[in-house]
Design a protein around this ligand. Structure first.
Ligand code: BGC
Length: 742
C-alpha cells in the first residue's frame, strides 16, 4: 500500500514537473514573441524603475514627465506606490502604452505591511522557521491586497558588526541559520507560486557582502577573501535561489574594489552562471549612478554600460539606462543580447505573475478592505513576537511576574510608547494609536483587578534630562514589583543608522542604576534594533528581557512573557559585545596560532590586555523559565565514511516545574584541515517542547556534506579527518564529543 502511494506520489510529482516545464515553455514563447515586437526604447523602458510621486526611500532624482513616460512604455516598474487606487491609476497609464506591458509595483515590505511584525533580527531570535514563514505570508497577503507585486525582502546579509544599523533587517551573524531563514522568508512571501493574488515576488538583497561594510559604516567598502565571501556571505543568497526567489537586488558597496552593481563576477558568473538564477536583478537605489562616486565610472553613461554588462537588469532611480542605454547599444558598448536577456528576465516574471492576463489582478478594493483589518494577522504577529523575546538573565526567578502582584510600577520611556515598537522599515497608518499595543495595555490585560499599576516615564530615550528620575524612584519604591523599559528609538537602527557607540542611549542606564539599586524585584526590558552594550544593567539587574522591536502586538507579546503565559524561548542570533572595542565579535571565528583557553591565559592571549575574550552574551544564548539538563553526547559510531551517516544523540531533561521549549544546537569543528577552520560552526538545531520533568532524546544526523567547506581553490569539499561535535544550549555552553570522517 505504502509503495503504491509512493509510486502515485512520484508520478504526480514528475507530471507536475513536466507541467511546470510546459508552463515555463509557454511563458518563454510569449516572452520571445513580445520581445520581437519591441523597439529598443521599449526594451530599455522595461529595465527602468522609478520611485512613485507619493513617498520615497532614497534621494530623489528629477521626476521628469512620469505620466508621459509610462504611456510611452519607458517605465517597467515603480517602487513606493501602494494601495489599490494608486497602483490602478498608474497601471491605467501603462495600459495606454503601445504594447500594454503592465507595470510591476515594488515595495520594502520588510517586516509586515499593515500588521507590523518584529524586526527581522528579532524574528531570527525565535529560530522558528515556520513562524517566520507565516509572518512573511501575512505580509505578502496584506501587501498584495494593496496592489504590491514585489517586496524588496528578505534581506539576507550576514552581519557581524552591531554598529551597522542594518543588522536589524537581517538574520544575524550565522550563515547556517541565515540560510534557513532566507529560505523560510522566500517561501512565505512567494507562497505556492504566483498563481494566486496573495503571493508577492521576493527579492534577496543586498547582493553581496553589504553586511561586511568596513567599520560597520553603512555603504562602506568591503574587502575580503573570495573564500570568506563564498563561505560566509553567499550561502544565504544561494538558499534564496534554491527556494525560488524571483529577484535579487545588488548592493551599494564595492567588493574587493569592484562595486557590486558593476560586478560581473558575482552577478553573471556566480548568480546567473553557477547558480542558474532565472529571475532578474534590480540595482539598489541609485547604485548604478553611485559608481561615479566610487570612482569606478566616469559618468552616468559609463556606469550604465558597466552595470548592464555586469548583469544588473533593472535600474532603480539612477536614470542611467533610460538616458544612455540606447546610445550604448548603438555604439556597440552594450550588446543587444545583454538588453534582450535582461528584458526577457523581467517580462518572464510579469507573465509568471499573471499580469499580462490581468494587469489589475492585484487591484481589488474588496480584498484590500478585508485584508486591511484581518484579525488573524495579529494572531500570527503576536505568536512570533513572543517567540522573538530573549530572556538574558533571571536571577532568583524574578520572572515570571505573578498576575496577583499587589502593585507593579512600570517605568521608562517605552511603557506607553507605540510607534517606537514598530522599528525601522515599517509603515505609519493613521489609526496606529489604536492598533499598536503598548506595554501598559498589554500588562493591563493580564493583571488581576486588585493589582495597582503605577507609572513614571523617568526619562526620554535619547534626552539627557534627569528631572523625571525622582518621580520614577518614588513610584518604584511604592511598588511590589518593577518593570523597567529602556532601548533605542525606532530610527536608531536601520539604513544609514550606524552608531559608533552602541550603549543604551541618553541617561537610560543611569535610570536603571537608580531603580535597580532600590533592590526591588525588577525586570529590565530592552527594546532595540541591534545588540546594545549595557554592562551595568547586565551585571546588576536581576532579570533582563531583550525584546528588540516587536511590532503591532508588542505590548501583548511582552505581557505574555512577563506573566508566564508564554515561557521565553528566544536565542540570540548575534553575539552581544562587552564594548565596541570587541567588534567585530562572532562565535565562529577562526583558530589562531595562539588560541587562549580562558581570560587568565596571558601568554596565549590572542585578545586584549584590558578586556575579556568573550562576548557579554554569546550567540545562541537565551534562557527559559524551565531549566534544561543535557546528558553527554552518544554517537552512533566513532567514525563514518562519506556516503554513510552519523547520529549524535543527547537526552534533554526539563528539570523544572514549568513546561518549556529549548532550541538544542549542534556545532562542529574540523580539527585539522587544508585551510584554517572556525572554532565552532552551527550545523543543526532542533526545537523541543518538554513538559515539566520530561526527558526526551534529541538526535541529529550528519553526513559528509555537512562537513564541506571551501578550500583554497574555492572547491566545496570535505576532507577525511577528526572533528569535534558539540551539542548544547548556546554556542558557549555545550557538551562535546569527537568523531572521524574516514
Ligand atoms: C535600500 C534598499 C531598499 C531600496 C528601496 C535602498 O536605499 O538599500 O534595501 O530596498 O532603498 O527602498
Amino acid at each position: 500500500m505504502i509503495r503504491i502511494a509512493t509510486l502515485l506520489l512520484s508520478v504526480c510529482f514528475i507530471s507536475s514537473l513536466a507541467a511546470q516545464t510546459t508552463a515555463e515553455k509557454r511563458i518563454d514563447k510569449s516572452v520571445d514573441s513580445l520581445l520581437k515586437l519591441m523597439t529598443l526604447d521599449e526594451k530599455i523602458g522595461q529595465m527602468n524603475q522609478y520611485n512613485g510621486p507619493w513617498a520615497a526611500t532614497g534621494p530623489l532624482t528629477n521626476e521628469g514627465n512620469l505620466v508621459g513616460q509610462i504611456k510611452e512604455g519607458k517605465v517597467g516598474s515603480m517602487l513606493n506606490v501602494t494601495g489599490v487606487k494608486r497602483t490602478r491609476e498608474l497601471q491605467d497609464l501603462a495600459m495606454q502604452s503601445r504594447l500594454k506591458i503592465p507595470l510591476l509595483f515594488g515595495q520594502d515590505v520588510i517586516h509586515g505591511f499593515r500588521t507590523i511584525f518584529p524586526i527581522p533580527l528579532g524574528e531570527a531570535a525565535s529560530w522558528d522557521l515556520k513562524a517566520m514563514e507565516a509572518g512573511a505570508r501575512v505580509a505578502a497577503v496584506e501587501a498584495s491586497a494593496a496592489g504590491v507585486h514585489w517586496t524588496f525582502a528578505p534581506m539576507v546579509d550576514i552581519a557581524r558588526d552591531p554598529r551597522w544599523g542594518r543588522v536589524m533587517e537581517g538574520a544575524g551573524e550565522d550563515t547556517y541559520l541565515g540560510s534557513l531563514i532566507a529560505k523560510a522568508r522566500v517561501k512565505g512571501f512567494q507562497g505556492n507560486g504566483f498563481g494566486d493574488t496573495a503571493s508577492v515576488m521576493a527579492c534577496a538583497k543586498h547582493f553581496a557582502a553589504y553586511g561586511a561594510a568596513v567599520g560597520g559604516r553603512d555603504y562602506n567598502s568591503v574587502d575580503m577573501s573570495l573564500r570568506q565571501l563564498h563561505e560566509t556571505y553567499l550561502p544565504p543568497f544561494k538558499a534564496a535561489v534554491d527556494a525560488g526567489a524571483a529577484t535579487f537586488m545588488n548592493s551599494f558597496n564595492d567588493i574587493n574594489g569592484i562595486p557590486a552593481t558593476g560586478n560581473k563576477y558575482i552577478q553573471r558568473d556566480i548568480l546567473k552562471g553557477q547558480w542558474k538564477f532565472k529571475g532578474f536583478v534590480v540595482s539598489d537605489w541609485g547604485s548604478i549612478g553611485e559608481m561615479i562616486n566610487h570612482g569606478y565610472s566616469k559618468d552616468n553613461k559609463e556606469a550604465g554600460m558597466q552595470a548592464a554588462n555586469a548583469g544588473s537588469d533593472m535600474d532603480m532611480e539612477s536614470r542611467s539606462y533610460i538616458q544612455h542605454l540606447a546610445a550604448l547599444v548603438k555604439e556597440g558598448k552594450v550588446k543587444m543580447a545583454v538588453v534582450d536577456d535582461a528584458v526577457r528576465r523581467i517580462l518572464r516574471k510579469k507573465f509568471e505573475m499573471g499580469l499580462f492576463a490581468d494587469p489589475y489582478k492585484f487591484s481589488n478594493e474588496n480584498r484590500e478592505k478585508t485584508q486591511w483589518n484581518n484579525p488573524q494577522h495579529r494572531v500570527v504577529a503576536r505568536d512570533i513576537a513572543k517567540k522573538s523575546i530573549v530572556l538574558l538573565k533571571n536571577e532568583k526567578q524574578v520572572l515570571p511576574v505573578s498576575k496577583q502582584t499587589g502593585s507593579i510600577a512600570l517605568i521608562g520611556p517605552f511603557v506607553k510608547a507605540k510607534s517606537d515598537h514598530l522599528g525601522f522599515w515599517s509603515y505609519d497608518w493613521p489609526d496606529d494609536s489604536t492598533r499598536i499595543v503598548s506595554l501598559w495595555d498589554g500588562v493591563k490585560s493580564k493583571v488581576s483587578a486588585q493589582t495597582k499599576m503605577l507609572y513614571a516615564k523617568g526619562c526620554g530615550i535619547t534626552e539627557l534630562d534627569k528631572t523625571g528620575f525622582a518621580e520614577a524612584v518614588e513610584t518604584a519604591r511604592k511598588a511590589d514589583y518593577v518593570i523597567l523599559t529602556v532601548g533605542e528609538t525606532r530610527d536608531m537602527s536601520g539604513e544609514a543608522k550606524s552608531r559608533s557607540s552602541i550603549q543604551l542611549p541618553g541617561v537610560q542606564e543611569e535610570l536603571v542604576k537608580e531603580i535597580v539599586s532600590l533592590g526591588k524585584p525588577t525586570v529590565v526590558m530592552i527594546s532595540a534594533g541591534r545588540p546594545l552594550v549595557f554592562n551595568w544593567t547586565a551585571d546588576h539587574a536581576p532579570a533582563i528581557l531583550y525584546t528588540w522591536w516587536l511590532g503591532t502586538e508588542a505590548g501583548n507579546a511582552m505581557a505574555d512573557v512577563l506573566f508566564g503565559d508564554y515561557n521565553p524561548s528566544g536565542k540570540l542570533p548575534m553575539s552581544f559585545p562587552r564594548t565596541e572595542g570587541q567588534i567585530p565579535i562572532y562565535y565562529n571565528h577562526y583558530f589562531t596560532g595562539r588560541p587562549a583557553k580562558n581570560d587568565s591565559d596571558r601568554h596565549y592571549r590572542s585578545a586584549y590586555t584590558d578586556l575579556s575574550l568573550y562576548p557579554k552574551y554569546a550567540f545562541g544564548h537565551g534562557l527559559s523559565y524551565s531549566s534544561f539538563e543535557y546528558s553527554e553526547i552518544q554517537l552512533s559510531a566513532p567514525a563514518f565514511h562519506a556516503g554513510q551517516s552519523l547520529t549524535a544523540t543527547v537526552s534533554l531533561t526539563n528539570k523544572s516545574k514549568t513546561a518549556g521549549t529549548e532550541t538544542v544546537q549542534l556545532y562542529i569543528r574540523d580539527i585539522t584541515a587544508s585551510v584554517v577552520r572556525p572554532v565552532k560552526e552551527l550545523k543543526g538545531f532542533s526545537q523541543v517542547t518538554l513538559a515539566a520533568g520530561e526527558t526526551r532524546s534529541v538526535s541529529f544526523t550528519l553526513t559528509a556534506d555537512d562537513l564541506r567547506f571551501y578550500n583554497d581553490q574555492l572547491q566545496y569539499i570535505y576532507e577525511p579527518g577528526k572533528f569535534k561535535l558539540f551539542i548544547g544550549t548556546s554556542s558557549d555552553n555545550v557538551k562535546e564529543a569527537e568523531f572521524e570522517l574516514k
